[in-house]
Write a new protein. Structure first.
Length: 276
């Protein structure tokens, strides 16, 4: 791996997670082809592309973007004479309709939870639209030191936004803390070993709860389903698209104080109206 490429990605203001993903993608490509960069041909890259064709289209395209960007960088700095990835094309993405659950479905899942911890995590997802990575990375002190039931979280792309906790979520979390959470530890919802909850295992738990609750398409339920459902419920409540965008973190927030001063009242009213 060319260290100058890592510096280049940092200079391009790529997030730390994106940089790690790109480096991993490039390293896996190099391992697969088994040649030095200057000896890799377009045909080699087509063979590599074919070897990952069984992955999800979005994953394949991310890898293609990473690899194409790497070879473009090498060519731009004259590390290679020709760019073998210049004509490397992305694959077609077949868009699937995202699953959204109704308030009733979420209520059914809450009713079959087997612990206060499960219930608290479902309330957090359903009433805030948080990403699963944001939920599992949420610190206990971050929750404990919240102001006016507002949390400032760092989401995708290292972007900050405000999450508003409604009464149901706060009551569920506080009950979990009083009855089940082990003292100490960094995370609000830690794994049994004290680290972050594994997102894949959490999704399996959600699918099991959905099946138990009799939710349609239960095997398609995931943490992201709750995020999508949150957006749909807001839309049904008449919430404007710009507020939904901000609550979901689809736009960047350079200054948190400006976020609070300009949109806090509208966002608070919208978030607090979501209940099950």
């Amino acid at each position: 791996m060319n260290n100058a490429y890592v510096d280049y990605l940092v200079g391009e203001q790529k997030s730390s997670n994106t940089i790690k993903a790109y480096i991993k993608d490039v390293e896996q490509m190099l391992d697969c082809i088994g040649k030095l960069e200057e000896n890799i041909s377009y045909a080699d890259l087509l063979n590599w592309k074919a070897s990952i064709s069984g992955m999800a289209s979005a994953s394949v395209n991310r890898k293609i973007v990473a690899v194409s960007g790497y070879f473009k960088f090498l060519h731009d700095v004259d590390a290679i004479s020709t760019n073998p990835a210049a004509n490397l094309k992305s694959v077609k993405v077949h868009n699937k309709e995202k699953l959204a659950m109704s308030r009733e479905d979420i209520g059914k899942m809450l009713a079959v939870c087997t612990s206060n911890r499960q219930k608290a995590m479902l309330y957090m997802l359903g009433s805030t639209g948080m990403r699963v990575s944001e939920l599992t990375g949420l610190g206990y002190k971050q929750y404990r030191d919240r102001v006016d039931n507002q949390l400032v979280i760092t989401g995708k792309g290292d972007k900050q936004r405000v999450v508003y906790l409604n009464r149901q979520a706060v009551e569920a979390i506080n009950l979990y803390i009083r009855t089940e959470r082990k003292a100490g530890g960094e995370y609000l919802f830690a794994s049994s070993q004290g680290g972050k909850v594994d997102a894949n295992n959490f999704d399996k738990t959600l699918k099991a709860l959905a099946r138990k609750a009799g939710v349609n398409n239960a095997d398609a339920v995931s943490a992201h389903t709750f995020r999508h459902s949150f957006a749909c419920i807001l839309s049904e409540n008449g919430t404007s698209m710009d507020v939904i965008r901000d609550l979901l973190g689809h736009s960047s927030l350079a200054v948190t104080s400006r976020y609070l001063n300009q949109n806090a009242s509208r966002m608070r009213r919208a978030a607090m109206a979501v209940s099950f």
